[in-house]
Ligand binder design. Structure first.
Ligand code: NDP
Length: 308
């Protein structure tokens, strides 16, 4: 497919603007539409074509990239132009659930268009930089047809034909990110409590980032254990007994409470570890923790307390 494939972008919020800007900078004819038209002024001044209606945007070229607030706003925007979609490709980069991606895919393809679901692993400032990567799932033929265009936005990773997969991975990564932020808030609240008030959040965070980056380095080993469904195959130094984990978690919860910081998150972790101990586990690494999270899933019986 030519590098000059015309692209339409529906949605010029912070992210949509960044996407359209990158496409425009790559030399592709770029048509833009936004509910609040003025948000397109800067792009139009740089050479983007303004579509006054959704229909004008959808019919301007073969590829329509959608980046709106949520699933409902996507349906609301596309439904009135359903009859104009045939023969085009709709790429939805709006964050949504796998079920929403499947619903939209069925609806779009039912109107004779191709569909690809995407997830944006970037913020507006990192679009079109080496830090950005985008997840895609759905028909491989469609991904390959426009891969070069997708690469303009950031590294394009095709996950497979299951339309919901990009959403699943996207939301899994956002879940990890948000829990990390929650951990950061907790840690900063503890570190800047009465006892830590001589220091600053910034000074503490210098150390925290160093620690978290180091700890992120062990995740591939944990993942290998999850894949092998086996605890501590390759990295014995990562293994901690449940007794040790429980003692450490209890210390964290006590110190948090004593610092006047809500220990609820830590107490939840502590109670999950105690549940595992009560079930006879001695060691609970990533495979056990992952299984414990699965609703209705069985916990592995390996490495249970001797004699139980
Ligand atoms: P913004 O809030 O900046 O923009 C929202 C966009 O949706 C605007 O264009 C807005 O139009 C439009 N919109 C909202 N409701 C409707 C509606 N009912 N009908 C038509 N248009 C509507 O959000 P972002 O641009 O930041 O995010 C867009 C998508 O990108 C989201 O799904 C977000 O999760 C995803 N994303 C964003 C990231 C970020 O860092 N910003 C990172 C990764 C993904 P109007 O201007 O008229 O209000």
């Amino acid at each position: 497919m030519s590098n000059n494939v015309p692209v339409s972008v529906l949605g010029l919020g912070d992210m949509g603007k960044a996407l359209a800007s990158a496409l425009l900078a790559s030399g592709r004819p770029t048509t833009v539409w936004n509910r609040t038209a003025a948000k397109g002024d800067e792009l139009v001044a740089r050479g983007a074509l303004r579509a006054g209606t959704v229909e004008a945007a959808v019919t301007a070229g073969p590829v329509v990239i959608v980046c709106l607030l949520d699933h409902d706003s996507v349906l609301e925007t596309l439904e009135p132009v359903a009859g104009k979609l045939a023969g085009r490709t709709v790429v939805n980069l709006t964050t949504g659930t796998p079920a929403q991606a499947e619903e939209l895919s069925a609806w779009v393809t039912g109107h004779g268009a191709d569909f690809l679901a995407g997830g944006i692993m970037a913020i507006p400032q990192t679009v079109a930089t080496p830090d950005a990567f985008f997840l895609y799932s759905g028909q491989e033929r469609v991904f390959e047809a426009y891969r070069e265009t997708f690469e303009v936005l950031g590294e394009a990773k095709y996950l497979g034909p299951d339309t919901g997969l990009a959403s699943l991975y996207d939301l899994a990564m956002l879940s990890a990110m948000n829990l990390m932020f929650e951990g950061f808030h907790l840690a900063v609240a503890m570190a800047t409590s009465a006892r830590g008030k001589a220091g600053t959040a910034a000074g503490f965070t210098d150390m925290l980032v160093r620690w978290l980056v180091n700890m992120a380095g062990v995740l591939p080993a944990f993942a290998a254990e999850v894949d092998a469904e086996r605890e501590s195959g390759t990295e014995p130094r990562l293994v901690q007994t449940l007794d040790l984990q429980i003692a450490a978690m209890a210390n964290m919860a006590d110190a948090s409470r004593a610092a006047g910081v809500d220990p609820a998150h830590l107490e939840l972790c502590l109670s999950k570890l105690k549940d595992l101990l009560a079930q006879g586990h001695v060691v609970a690494g990533a495979p056990t923790a992952v299984r414990q999270l699965r609703i209705g899933g069985d916990l592995p019986s390996a490495r249970v307390r001797a004699g139980s």
